[in-house]
Design a protein around this ligand. Structure first.
Ligand code: SF4
Length: 291
């Protein structure tokens, strides 16, 4: 990675020791914010909440990103592997249910280094856009307990319009298939190992969402599927008029109906549409509250 980064499918070839790559990632992991998160799926956000660590930068960079301020900018602080390991310990001391690594794909080597220094006693959750390579995922696999991958777009035209990456599904589907191979283990209501595949329904994209549901149903897995209706207009969407509204109940229910026809209800999480509110978008300004 150091000299010619090909960690993710962008394969931009950056020498990250000299300057950041297309994802914004440099030689050290940059953390924008961390804290206890009460609004993940209930099997992850129990007790005091999920110990969420938001990493700066992103290789996918959706125009509508709900965390736009950190995915498209250089917010936050660079941490050494030792500091990252200390942060994991801090989260444990705060009483976190788990360590939840949000959009960390462009920092996999740095995370592996941190895990070699300190292995958390609570489950580690890997929260990703899934625009990933299999070698990168295999490198971090032994340190991850719960995978939390998005499966965002099926149609290359939609992926290209919102991310500039027409090959999103071609990379994300094998990546999700790999992560969904992690069999679910529960401790009562708590997920201690396993996989939850997430999908955010977008305005005018219900048919694409139905394809995503069908492709998920084809996987040989016991992974859960979490359908999200919380899309809120945000980010760099001035040139994307269709994204300037929330989704309709009809759009959401079309996808939910397809999901419940394809996947057993006990493996489905479905978000209330009332979750679509800006109060659920963390404030990434310095000193801003996480939720
Ligand atoms: S992880 Fe970042 S630097 Fe590496 S190939 Fe992907 S975009 Fe480029």
């Amino acid at each position: 990675m150091e000299k010619n980064c090909t960690l993710c499918p962008v394969a931009c070839g950056a020498d990250r020791a000299q300057k950041p790559g297309a994802c914004g990632g440099g030689a050290r992991a940059r953390v924008a914010k961390y804290g206890l998160h009460p609004y993940e799926e209930p099997c992850l956000s129990y007790g005091k909440g999920s110990g969420t660590v938001f990493f700066s930068g992103c290789a996918l960079r959706c125009a509508f990103c709900q965390n736009y301020e950190i995915s498209h900018a250089q917010a936050g602080e660079e941490l050494t592997a030792r500091q990252l390991a200390a942060l994991f310990q801090t989260m444990e001391e705060m009483g976190a249910a788990n360590i939840n690594l949000v959009t960390a794909a462009h920092y996999i080597p740095q995370l592996v280094e941190a895990f070699r220094l300190y292995r958390p006693k609570i489950p580690v959750v890997y929260n990703t856009h899934s625009y990933e390579t299999l070698p990168a995922l295999r490198a971090i696999d032994k340190y991850i307990d719960v995978y939390l991958p998005d499966l965002k777009f099926f149609d290359p035209r939609i992926a290209a319009r919102y991310t500039g990456r027409a090959d999103y599904f071609a990379h994300a589907y094998p990546a999700v298939a790999f992560m969904a191979g992690r069999r679910v283990e529960m401790d009562g209501e708590k997920m201690v190992r396993g996989c939850i595949v997430r999908h955010l329904v977008l305005p005018l994209c219900a048919n694409d969402s139905v394809k995503i549901v069908q492709k998920f149903a084809e996987l040989d897995t016991d992974a859960r599927f979490s359908l999200m209706g919380q899309y809120t207009p945000h980010g760099d969407i001035a040139a994307l008029p269709e994204l300037q509204r929330r989704i309709t109940r009809r759009e959401y229910e079309k996808v939910l109906t397809a999901l419940l026809a394809a996947v057993p209800a006990e493996r489905v999480f479905a978000q209330e549409l009332s979750a679509a509110a800006e109060q659920f978008i963390p404030d990434f300004t310095p000193g801003g509250s996480l939720f």
